[in-house]
Design a protein around this ligand. Structure first.
Ligand code: MSP
Length: 660
C-alpha cells in the first residue's frame, strides 16, 4: 500500500455555481493535504468537475450551444473560485477529457467481456433531475425518494453491472475495516442499506434520450450512466491502466464526500473497484451539511451562501478559518453571519491578532524593535517558558493527529489554546514590570517565548490561512520564503527565531468586525434555582455525605460541592435528535477536549442559536445514553415557569475554564 496521502473531493456538477458546500469540501481537502505536506508526507490532491448528464445537455440546449461548449464556459467558475480560495490542488480532472473517457470505456469493455455487465429489459421509475432509477417500492408517495419530485415510468433495454454479487463481500469488508467508512455512524448507515438485497446497477442510458455521455464501447446506442463515469475519475486521473508506477505510488485514496453521496461512494464504487481488481480506497469520509435554519443549503432551495461574497466581505483566510474551525467534521453545522463574526473576533482578532501586536509593540518599546534573546535553557527548564513551550509542542502533535483522525477542528482548537496560554503567560510574567528591572534577561525570555509560540502556531495554522500566517511570520522577522514555507525541521526546532532580528511595527492582522450582538444574549432573567438542563436527574449527593450527621437535611458540605467539576465549554455544533421534540445533540469544546452532550433544550433554543455560545458544563458526570446517544456531561440552565435559559459566560473567556 502506498504511503502517500492521496485526497480527493467529489467532482462537482459543472453547471452548478460554486456554493459554500462545494467550498467546504474543497477547503477541507486543501487543509488536510496542507497538514500532510507540512509534516513531510508525499501528498496528492485531486478535484475536478462532473460534466456529463441530462442537466448539462438541457442547459446547453436552452442556450443553443453544444454541451461541451457549455461545460467549457461553466468550468471556469469552479477554477476561478478555487484559485480565489487559495486551493492548491495538484490536478483538476474534467470527465470530458480524453484521459478520462478512454479509461471509462476500457473498464466498461473489460467488464462486458468478463460477463460482469449484461443487457436486460428494465421496467421501473426514473427521476430526471437525479438521473436515478427506482423500483415501485423505493418511491415515496409515488414520488422520487431523494428529491420528492415526480418520476417517469420507463420501460427499456439497458445494461447492468452485476453489483448484487458483491453484497456479501462488501458487508464483510466494511465490518473488517473500521477505518474504511467514517465517521462510524455513516458506516452503520451503509451497513443498514446493505441489509436489503442489493440490486444490479443500471449503467447505461439510451442515447436517444440522453446523448451527452460516454458512449458504451460495445453498443453505440447507449451512453454511460453518469455516476459510473464520474466515480472512475479518482483512478483515471492518477494513471490507472496508463502508468502503473504512478498509480501504485498514489492509490489508495482518501475520498472526502458530503453525506448526500454516501451510497454511490460506499456501495457502487467499492463494488466497481472489486470487479476490476483495484484495492479499496483507504477511507471514505462523509462530512455533514452546512445548514441555513435547519435546512441544507442548496441551489434549488435558494438559500445558498455564496463563498465569493464571504471572501469579498471578510477575506479568504478568515472564511477558510471559519469553515474549518466551526464545523465538527462529520456533523452538520449552521452557517450564520453572527457565528462568523463571533468566531472571527474571538479567535482571530482578539486571541491571535492581539497577541502578535502585543509582542511586536513591547519588542519595539522595550528592546529597540529587535527580538531579544531568551535566557539559556529557558525552554527546557521547568519554569513558565518551558511549560508554555510544552503546550505549543502539544498543539503540533494535535494538529497532525487531528488530520489523521478527521477531526481538524480539534487540532485548530489546540493551536488556539496555545495562543491563549501565551496571552495568559504574558499576563503572569508582566513584561511591562520586567522592563523596569535592572536585569534584562527575564524580559528577554518572556518576549522571545511569546514570539516563538506565535511562530510555531502560525506554522501550524498555515494550511488553513497561508497568506495571513506568512504575514504574521514575516512580522516576527522571518525571511519571506522561510515564512511562507514552514518545514518539518522547523516544526521540530526549538528557538527557531534568531534573536536580534528586527520585528515589524504592529498593525492589525485581523481587524475587529463590529456587529450587533444577537438579541437573545441581551440577558436572561435571574432565575433560581439554577438547574441542569439534561439529563433530568440532578447529581446525587456523594455517598460520604450521608455519613455527615451534623448537616441539616438538604444541605451539602463544601467537600461534596467541590466534587462537582464545572467548566466552561463552547458549543460548536447542535442538531435535533430525530423522534424527540425536546432533545438536542450538542458538540462542545472544553479547551482542547471535545464532548457530545444531549440536552433537553430543544423547546427553548433553535440549534443555530446555540452555536458559538460559551456555556457551563458539569464535566465529571458519568456518561449516560439518552435515546441511544451518549451524553458526556450536562449543561446548566435556569428555568422559571415556561422559560429556560442557559447559564453562559459573561464576556470572552477561553473554553475549558474552571467555574467556581
Ligand atoms: N457530481 C456529483 C459527485 C460525483 S463524485 C464522483 C455531485 N456533485 S455536486 O456538485 O452536487 O457536489 C456534491 C458535493 O458538494 C457534496 O457531496 C458535498 O461535498 C458538497 N455539498 C453540497 N452542498 C452541501 C452543503 N450544504 N454543505 C456541505 N457540503 C455540501 O454530487
Amino acid at each position: 500500500m502506498s504511503d502517500s496521502f492521496y485526497v480527493t473531493t467529489p467532482i462537482y456538477y459543472v453547471n452548478d455555481k460554486p456554493h459554500i458546500g462545494h467550498a467546504y469540501t474543497t477547503v477541507l481537502a486543501d487543509v488536510l493535504a496542507g497538514v500532510h505536506r507540512l509534516y513531510g508526507h508525499p501528498t496528492f490532491f485531486l478535484t475536478g468537475t462532473d460534466e456529463h448528464g441530462q442537466k448539462v445537455q438541457d442547459a446547453a440546449a436552452k442556450l443553443g450551444i453544444t454541451p461541451q461548449q457549455h461545460a467549457d464556459n461553466t468550468v471556469v467558475r469552479f477554477q476561478e473560485c478555487w484559485q480565489r480560495l487559495g486551493i492548491r490542488n495538484d490536478d483538476f480532472i474534467r470527465t470530458t477529457q480524453p484521459r478520462h473517457t478512454a479509461i471509462v470505456q476500457e473498464i466498461l469493455q473489460d467488464l462486458y467481456d468478463r460477463g460482469e455487465i449484461y443487457r436486460d429489459e428494465y421496467d421501473g421509475w426514473y427521476c430526471v433531475p437525479d438521473e436515478r432509477f427506482f423500483t415501485e417500492k423505493d418511491l415515496q408517495d409515488g414520488k422520487c425518494p431523494l428529491c420528492g419530485r415526480p418520476v417517469q415510468r420507463v420501460r427499456e433495454a439497458n445494461y447492468f453491472f452485476r453489483m448484487s454479487k458483491y453484497q456479501d463481500w462488501l458487508v464483510e469488508y466494511i465490518q473488517n475495516h473500521p477505518d474504511f467508512i467514517q465517521p462510524d455512524f455513516r458506516r452503520n448507515e451503509t451497513l443498514g442499506f446493505l441489509r436489503k438485497p442489493l440490486q444490479d446497477l443500471c449503467i447505461s442510458r439510451p442515447a436517444s434520450r440522453l446523448a451527452w455521455g460516454i458512449p458504451l464501447p460495445f453498443d453505440q446506442d447507449y451512453v454511460t450512466y453518469v455516476w459510473f463515469d464520474a466515480l472512475v475519475n479518482y483512478i483515471s486521473a492518477i494513471g490507472y491502466r496508463r502508468d502503473d508506477a504512478r498509480f501504485e505510488s498514489l492509490w489508495p485514496a482518501v475520498h472526502l464526500i458530503g453525506k448526500d453521496i454516501l451510497t454511490t461512494h460506499t456501495v457502487y464504487w467499492p463494488t466497481m473497484l472489486k470487479a476490476i481488481g483495484v484495492p479499496m480506497p483507504r477511507t471514505i469520509f462523509a462530512h455533514g451539511w452546512w445548514l441555513n435554519d435547519k435546512t441544507k443549503m442548496s441551489k434549488s432551495l435558494g438559500n445558498v451562501v455564496n463563498p465569493m461574497d464571504m471572501m469579498d466581505r471578510y477575506g479568504v483566510d478568515a472564511f477558510r478559518y471559519f469553515l474549518m474551525a466551526e464545523m465538527t467534521m462529520g456533523q452538520d453545522a449552521a452557517f450564520t453571519e453572527d457565528a462568523f463574526v463571533r468566531r472571527y473576533n474571538a479567535d482571530l482578532a482578539n486571541d491571535l491578532g492581539n497577541l502578535l501586536n502585543r509582542v511586536l509593540a513591547m519588542t519595539r518599546k522595550y528592546c529597540e524593535g529587535k527580538l531579544p534573546a531568551p535566557e539559556p535553557g529557558a525552554f527546557e527548564a521547568e519554569g513558565a517558558a518551558g511549560e508554555l513551550w510544552g503546550i505549543a509542542k502539544q498543539a503540533s502533535t494535535a494538529m497532525l493527529a487531528s488530520a489523521e483522525a478527521y477531526a481538524l477542528q480539534d487540532g485548530i482548537a489546540a493551536v488556539m489554546e496555545a495562543v491563549r496560554a501565551t496571552n495568559r503567560y504574558l499576563e503572569a510574567r508582566q513584561p511591562w514590570t520586567q522592563a523596569k528591572a535592572a536585569d534584562p534577561a527575564p524580559l528577554g525570555t518572556t518576549l522571545y517565548a511569546a514570539a516563538e509560540v506565535l511562530r510555531l502556531a502560525a506554522a501550524l495554522l498555515s494550511p488553513v490561512m497561508a497568506e495571513k500566517m506568512t504575514a504574521l511570520r514575516v512580522a516576527l522577522g522571518l525571511a519571506p520564503d522561510v515564512a511562507a514555507h514552514p518545514t518539518l525541521d522547523e516544526l521540530n526546532a526549538v528557538a527557531f527565531l534568531a534573536p536580534g532580528t528586527p520585528v515589524a511595527a504592529p498593525s492589525p492582522l485581523f481587524p475587529r468586525i463590529d456587529a450587533p450582538r444577537p438579541a437573545d444574549e441581551a440577558g436572561a432573567p435571574a432565575a433560581k434555582p439554577v438547574k441542569a438542563a439534561t439529563p433530568a436527574a440532578s447529581p446525587k449527593p456523594a455517598k460520604a455525605e450521608s455519613k455527615v450527621p451534623s448537616l441539616p437535611e438538604g444541605v451539602i458540605s463544601y467537600e461534596t460541592f467541590s466534587q462537582v467539576q464545572l467548566r466552561s465549554a463552547k458549543i460548536m455544533a447542535a442538531e435535533p435528535i430525530e423522534g424527540t421534540a425536546k432533545l438536542l445533540k450538542l458538540n462542545v469544546m472544553m479547551g482542547a477536549e471535545r464532548r457530545q452532550i444531549v440536552a433537553g433544550i430543544a423547546l427553548y433554543y433553535k440549534p443555530e442559536e446555540l452555536i458559538g455560545k460559551t456555556v457551563v458544563v458539569v464535566a465529571n458526570l458519568a456518561p449516560i445514553k439518552l435515546r441511544g446517544i451518549e451524553s458526556q456531561g450536562m449543561l446548566l440552565a435556569a428555568s422559571l415557569g415556561e422559560r429556560l435559559r442557559l447559564v453562559t459566560i459573561d464576556g470572552d473567556l477561553a473554553s475549558g475554564a474552571i467555574v467556581k
